[in-house]
Design a protein around this ligand. Sequence first.
Ligand SMILES: C[S@@+](CC[C@H](N)C(=O)[O-])C[C@H]1O[C@@H](n2cnc3c(N)ncnc32)[C@H](O)[C@@H]1O
Length: 270
Amino acid sequence: MPDPSLDLEDLTRQVLNSEKYRSISPELVKDLLTRELARRAKPREAVKAVRSKLHQVGSAYQEKPPPYTAWLADLASLPPDLRDPAVLSFIQRVLPAHASTRERVPILPRFFRECLAELGEISSVLDIACGLNPLAIPWMPLKQDFTYTACDIYADMIGFLNQFFLHFQVNGSASHADVTQTIPDVEVELTLVLKTIPCLEQLDKDAGRFVLNAIRSPNILVSFPARSLGGRSKGMVQFYEQHFHALVSGQPWRINRFEFPGELAFLIRK
Ligand SMILES: C[S@@+](CC[C@H](N)C(=O)[O-])C[C@H]1O[C@@H](n2cnc3c(N)ncnc32)[C@H](O)[C@@H]1O
């Protein structure tokens, strides 16, 4: 008789049975559980290890599940114009709910403008492991009728981003994807891989190289944190700069480097 404690559906429910993890894609949880069960004696330990991984790669960036219901109510009362001051102030209120975009708020007026200056106005973007970054669209140099594709692992985040696109009539869509396994199959001019490689490498040590090779767009904006979540910055720029160069070594790609307070970025032109 199979050991009932090894039922993958049941263990998945155990992992997801907490406010922090409830909205995470069950496929990702099952995949991580399968890997942990192969190397641990007790299913309970595998559940604990998967929760700890999910904390490191996702929940650590959101102190608690963001108040999407309240935000959707606010969104409904806003004019459908991404340049409207009331909309910009709503976005600036929402972005700090995710640590990655919170850290980017002070540099938003410069970040995309400076990193993407060489590309002119962009017609299509893929934002992988996006967090709340699609809300920074008003600060990106985009063509009038741009398209925007985004993915992450949280169902509630994806639902909110799709409502955001709908409200502002952005030709965009957000969906679930575990980008350590697959990159959404869309033809775009630019892919954003912002502050994500160190997270993905906690799930799979080869994920950084996989992602950079699998992305088909001619331009990729990659960035790394220049400070830890706790605020320490010692040596991080040098560390991630070396790591990035190791990931792209041997590739014939052109690379531009940009350094901002809190974020180190590279524009790859394939
Ligand atoms: C450090 S945050 C970066 C967020 C965003 N790119 C930014 O810079 O604002 C990492 C993001 O990766 C997402 N993530 C973690 N593992 C993932 C995976 N396997 N596939 C897709 N997204 C993932 C997390 O939910 C989180 O939103």
